[in-house]
Design a protein around this ligand. Sequence first.
Ligand code: NAD
Length: 469
Amino acid sequence: MSDVYLKLVNTPMGKTAAQSLGLPAPVTLKRQKRTDQPFLEGDVLVGAANGGKAIAALGSILTASAANLHHASGNDSLKDSSKAGNKAAPLGLSQDSTGPTFSALVFDASGLKGPDDLRALYDFFHPTIKKLARHGRVLVIGQDPATCRKAPQAAAQQALEGFVRSVGKEIGKKGATANLLWMAPGAENQLESSVRFFLSARSAYVDGQVVRIGKRTDAPTTNPVAPLTGKVALVTGASRGIGAAIADTLARDGATVIGLDIPPALEELEKVTSAINGKALACDITDDNAPKLIADFIDEHFGGIDLVIHNAGITRDKTLGNMPEHFWDMTIAVNLTAEEHINETLSQRALLRDNGRIVCISSISGIAGNFGQTNYATAKCGVIGYVEAMAKQLKNGITINAVAPGFIETQMTAAMPFTIREAGRRMNSLSQGGLPVDVAETIAWYCSPASNGVNGNVVRVCGQSLIGK
Ligand code: NAD
């Protein structure tokens, strides 16, 4: 379903009309067009608070980009970052902070030790935030507060979340985003895939999010154009909408995809899988024999699986008092129970390969709750609990994460009543709905071999929706 208002306000006449009527004027987001597109271009300003632990890693990641790097300096308030910048200078960061606009502002706040140090945020961003370009990126790197031993340090690191979420709300009208990466101590070598993702056009609709990055011994280097080469992926609900976009995106990144959907959707499913040289599997994931059928199919054709994407989902909305029993049961079964059974069987039969990836789809409804969706929100919140618990149990480099989409333009949201649909589209910092590819790109980032430090996260793909956390 297309967003007519978004198209209209991006015409000269529509823009003037929206401005004079005080209506929101969302910017059409810039998304990844080519696989070989540089992840970052233009002028980028980098800074760090005293004691920043990520600046050296950032230096090497950013110098490999197509961007012109500048280091914050030349102003009293930027002294802190220029001290840390001494480390960065030999990596090629220029000391020049001039320039008309910045495509990204990147700040290493991992060295903040207490609330007094928070001034470094103001010092770096106050003089520069107005220079952020349309479609720009703000990325802050901090230390995971759960790993801080002292309360003042935990306070300062936690504070970054409030800062980043507020910045996101201020810059959304430019189509720009702000996100935060919380590293575990010693996880600097795991930053690369996340820094690349959050600074690129691939994360166009991911805004106001916080990602925890854990320590892992290895940090595999990948081919940035096809990082999933040699991987086999299972995508449920792949015949249309978000699932079809996930299948396309994982195939674009080099994976061989098994698309799964219910038998009545087989024709549509085959259109998706044949276009990407994948395989189609007709199966209702709630059938008792579904886990066995899926495991047999994987075993027979590939001998194992690397990426399991539990995308199939349904809504059956009714207020609780009016909800028939089968609405409740079906919604829990498709959105939650089936995933657990499939994973269990794959793991019992040792089909999920080392360094595998499991990605589940939650929803903003599961985080915030939604009128008429007690069944769906229960299931989607259960997904979060499942992912967080499993992340601690999985071994052999296997990770599990979730995405929680907000309003995404699909047949599911096209079926909403007009006023609810319009509200869903506009009630976020970017004042528009996302596209299926936005969810798919986020999943592709989780799936990258280089994302092995990203485990147990729930990232919302919602343009920083006003509802929920
Ligand atoms: P969609 O309805 O367009 O697609 C869902 C797919 O899942 C369909 O192809 C359907 O046939 C398949 N499916 C349903 N039941 C199945 C079963 N029992 N076995 C196998 N396949 C089954 O939905 P979508 O909008 O593309 O959503 C994809 C996922 O994202 C879902 O989990 C949904 O809950 C979630 N989500 C979507 C949005 C949104 O705005 N569209 C928001 C939040 C979460």
